[in-house]
Design a protein. Structure first.
Ligand code: SAM
Length: 287
């Protein structure tokens, strides 16, 4: 089978199967061998690795992964792509395809079956409409993994990487940075895809921490506080958290905790570091 990273080969296979792109599935296929090489290198894949690919499309990146990894499991929602994948991946015996929705499959079970429960690496050119639920699902369900190397919308990559005091800083930044070290490894323009997306893209590697960088007594409470803080971004924490019914906190209690932390009573969530959210969560839990 010819290498699909070359645009001519991609177009040939799409025409052969009369494939129609489905916008609702976020289908933008990579057609740039340099970018594909860059993703594989950034993911630091060896023959020891089992790789989970989310949304293999016609199998372009899957071919690269099959060459460099020990084994590859690829989960693809669009059943029209399954016969194409059978053809494009026919020469690899280390690839298994699962025709399902990545948000519905039991990933812990897949890792158990395919890699004896040992940590996997996730590599994907993600469908952008479900970037956040995919990433949060991988972390929150505690899927055993070493790293996640993904193509995402440029703006979302920025959000994952930034710290306090910037406009992109928010609940996604804090969630990603609690679980992993984020590094943007490449910026990718729209002309590297077919069809072209109308946004810029970036490849980001999230290297999972063995231990989170901060300790907090109740992780769920901390993330509930973080979500409430950024739901009402322009409000002070005293007003935002004091008015959030799901937290059951009074304004006085929030003000008291902020005072204990020597923070201004008018501080907003966007100014707090992850360590400060952890401390605030512990203090509010104690009171
Ligand atoms: N990996 C291919 C490439 O780089 O050329 C395709 C990437 S394309 C951006 C995203 C892929 O994810 C598509 O093949 C799409 O059908 C698939 N997809 C969309 N939603 C999905 C879901 N919920 N579960 C699994 N795959 C999904």
């Amino acid at each position: 089978m010819a290498t699909l990273g070359i645009p001519r080969n991609t177009i040939e296979i799409l025409q052969k199967y009369h494939f129609n792109f489905q916008k609702k599935f976020g289908q933008n296929f990579l057609i740039d061998p340099t970018v594909l090489d860059r993703i594989i290198r950034a993911a630091r894949i060896t023959k020891e690795d089992c790789v989970l690919e989310i949304g293999p499309g016609i199998g372009t990146m899957t071919q690269y992964l099959a060459e460099s990894a020990g084994s590859v499991v690829a989960v693809e929602i669009d059943q029209n792509l399954i016969p194409i994948l059978k053809e494009t991946l026919a020469e690899y015996d280390n690839v298994s395809i699962i025709n399902d929705d990545i948000l519905k499959v039991d990933l812990n079970k897949i890792v158990e079956e395919k890699n004896g429960g040992r940590p996997i690496k996730v590599v994907a050119n993600l469908p952008y409409y479900i970037t956040t639920p995919i990433i949060m699902g991988l972390f929150e369900k505690q899927v055993p993994l070493q790293s996640i190397t993904i193509m995402v919308q440029k703006e979302v990559a920025d959000r994952m990487q930034v710290g306090p005091g910037t406009k992109d800083y928010g609940a996604l930044s804090l969630a990603v940075q609690y679980y992993a070290k984020p590094e943007i490894v490449a910026n990718v323009p729209p002309n590297c895809f077919i069809p072209r997306p109308n946004v810029g893209s970036a490849v980001i590697r999230l290297t999972k921490y063995e231990q989170p960088p901060v300790t907090v007594r109740d992780v769920d409470r901390m993330f509930a506080i973080i979500r409430a803080s950024f739901n009402q971004r322009r409000k002070t924490l005293v007003n935002g958290l004091g008015n959030a019914p799901e937290l059951g906190l009074s304004k006085e209690r929030v003000a008291h905790a902020l005072e204990e932390m020597q923070l201004s009573p008018t501080v907003r969530g966007e100014a707090l570091t992850l360590a400060q959210f952890a401390r605030l969560s512990d203090l509010l839990g104690e009171m």
